[in-house]
Write a protein of this length. Structure first.
Length: 114
């Protein structure tokens, strides 16, 4: 069955960095666009970043441009989200999502606080 398993979250100080990973299985990862979403307390879930199947095209929400980088390793069936210069407003549960399959990972907490 389809599985998306996120890892790499945690507590970090403002200005710090984290790298999230999403390990995929149960489908042909290399043929699928992958995305990262986040949901902060009391807010709607929002699309953070998107990467096409080959990795040749990426898109970001305006608030993370220049700070976050989405990438993928199709040999490892894994998509990453490198988050630099983190701000308290980046605090949220981050989700990996495969749109063509309409499948979500379980989510992972990222907290940016001093």
């Amino acid at each position: 069955q389809v599985q998306l398993v996120e890892s790499g979250g945690g507590l970090v100080q403002p200005g710090g960095s984290l790298r999230l990973s999403c390990a995929a299985s149960g489908f042909t990862f290399s043929l699928n666009t992958m995305t990262w979403y986040r949901q902060a307390p009391g807010k709607e879930r929002e699309l953070v970043a998107r990467i096409t199947s080959s990795g040749g095209s990426t898109n970001y929400v305006e608030s993370v441009k220049g700070r976050f980088t989405i990438s993928r390793d199709n040999a490892k069936n894994t998509v990453y989200l490198q988050m630099n210069s983190l701000k308290p407003e980046d605090t949220a549960v981050y989700y990996c999502y495969a749109p063509a399959l309409d499948y979500w990972g379980q989510g992972i907490q990222v907290t940016v606080s001093s």
